[in-house]
Ligand binder design. Structure first.
Ligand code: GLU
Length: 508
């Protein structure tokens, strides 16, 4: 029988979720939903020293904002709970014991300071110390100490760790759905700590036990976990769970825009764009890092941006809804090499999504920005202004720059336009334009014909010069939508007032 697809997103609550992590969650989600499978949210908090308050809530809020719906998880429960590793603590020890009994693991009593000393000695000989199949025989562990001594130490409460015992010189193969077979010789691997005497498992042990007991079928995660995969494969073997071992897929790294290294949490806002989905207020330092949501990105756009960082559907279309991505996604089309973040492309996606919103929706989002600027404009005017300018905006906040002149008359005029266009005869022409507007029915087409056809063209005047100076008076610059649309929206009195003020104020 075909196995039910069950995937998990398993972040550690050590801070805000990085967009690379969000991409991992998304790819898991696409894959699960495409196969009618389950998506699990598991919190991996075995390393209590790195725990950051608020991080778990942040992760849930961010994924909810993006529209990722979980079937099971720390926030909604499910049949395979608990979904937070600290709440699963009592179940891990038996598995560590099992590995010791079967000879796949051993107790180690080496103190941190002794290990440090050895490390330094190695370094002084320009060597790297690794606790492994070659060095373990010289250390303080249950392979070198007698059974009685081991028992005595444990009974007397001496701290210990349980380490995995890699067999010597063994070829380990990780079958990766993206990279193919990845080979590793066990001599290169260190005997990782799996469990500590305080009863806490490490990431490696907890992760494997949880994936097994939660019946996870596919592990889709970042490439930074590939070096741990040989240990994970060996753990499945050691437990005798090889038959149900999940299939692995390690996703390519998200790189900085210049391709120089991994895009990291520490990049914060340094590169001019957020690396977090939501704004993050660091509880310790008080530092605020920006988020896509607060920057004005639409969640659909962020989904689309991240979907394309490391994957593409092989067609020209680039705008896809979540449902379309779920249908199209495939692990085969994930690239092996890192994906460079491209901020201009990210803005382009948001631009495209903004264009799909109704004018009313955008206007409603724009209203608070206008209010902040002290502008109390009627909804109708705001909507019309939005309609005329939205195609030039990538974010709702861009609309201020595009529409301000509808709400406040210009107080300054672009000197470059004055220099280029404002010639001696311009005031005379603009006065004539005033006269035409006063005497023409206030309708767009009629005004257009009266100014352009009957005045400028009929008299063979300089169209660019007159129209740009007309615009300069209304807008203050050589920008904005169709001039007669602006005229209609400003209304007759305001248009005439601005023309008069321009003629008075602008000097050659
Ligand atoms: N807790 C790990 C992380 O923070 C999960 C790695 C995995 O998916 O196995 O990324």
């Amino acid at each position: 029988m075909e196995r039910k697809v069950r995937v998990r997103f398993a972040p550690s609550p050590t801070g805000p979720l990085h967009i690379g992590g969000v991409r991992t969650a998304l790819y898991n989600y696409f894959f699960a939903k495409q196969h009618g499978g389950d998506m699990i949210l598991r919190i991996e908090d075995t390393d209590q020293t790195r725990f950051v308050p608020g991080a778990e809530d942040y992760i849930i809020e961010a994924l909810t904002w993006l529209g990722i719906k979980f079937d099971e998880g720390v926030h909604i429960g499910g049949n395979y709970g608990p979904y937070r590793q600290s709440d699963r603590k009592p179940m891990y020890k038996q598995y560590a014991d099992q590995l010791i009994e079967t000879g796949w693991a051993y107790y180690a009593f080496d103190k941190a300071e002794d290990l440090d000393k050895i490390r330094k000695e190695y370094e002084s000989q320009k060597k790297n110390f690794q606790y492994d199949c070659n060095t373990r025989k010289d250390m303080q562990n249950s392979l070198t100490l007698s059974a009685e001594e081991v028992k005595r130490r444990i009974d007397s409460g001496e701290p210990y760790v349980v380490r995995f015992k890699f067999p010597a010189d063994t070829e380990i193969v990780v079958h990766d759905l993206i990279r193919g077979d990845v080979h590793m010789n066990s001599n290169l691997l260190d005997d990782k700590v799996l469990f500590k005497s305080d009863g806490m498992p490490t990431y490696h042990l907890a992760n494997i036990i949880d994936d097994h007991t939660m019946e996870v079928s596919h592990v889709i995660r970042g490439e930074e976990w590939l070096p741990s995969a040989p240990l994970h494969v060996m753990l499945y073997k050691a437990f005798g769970w090889e038959d149900t071992m999940p299939q692995f897929a390690h996703l390519p790294l998200l790189l900085k825009p210049d391709g120089n290294g991994k895009l990291s949490k520490r990049d914060g806002d340094r590169l001019g764009f957020p690396v977090f989905p939501l704004e993050w207020h660091d509880p310790k330092s008080g530092e605020i890092s920006s988020g896509y949501r607060e920057k004005g990105y639409y969640p659909e756009a962020v989904v689309n941006i991240l979907a394309f960082l490391g994957w593409n559907p092989g067609v020209e279309q680039e705008i896809f809804s979540m449902d379309e991505l779920i249908k199209l996604f495939s692990l085969e089309r994930i690239s092996k090499s890192g994906a460079k973040f491209d901020v201009e492309k990210a803005k382009w996606f948001n631009h495209k999504y903004l264009q799909t919103k109704t004018t009313q929706e955008i206007a409603a989002q724009f209203m608070p920005i206008l209010q902040q600027k002290g502008i109390d404009a009627p909804a109708q005017l705001v909507e019309k202004a939005v309609e005329l300018t939205k195609e030039r905006a990538s974010f709702v906040s861009d609309l201020w720059e595009q529409t301000a002149f509808f709400f406040v008359a210009p107080t300054e005029y672009d000197p470059a336009v004055i220099k280029k266009r404002w010639k001696e005869d311009v005031p005379t022409h603009l006065k004539k334009v005033i006269e035409i507007i006063e005497n023409t029915p206030f309708e767009k087409q009629k005004l257009h014909d009266a100014v352009i056809e009957e005045y400028i063209t009929a008299n063979q005047l300089n169209m660019g010069q007159i129209m740009n100076c007309f615009r300069l008076c209304l807008v203050g610059a050589a920008k904005g939508p169709d001039l007669f649309e602006i005229v209609m929206l400003l209304g007759k009195d305001e248009t005439l007032a601005r023309l008069r003020r321009g003629i008075e104020t602008i000097k050659l």
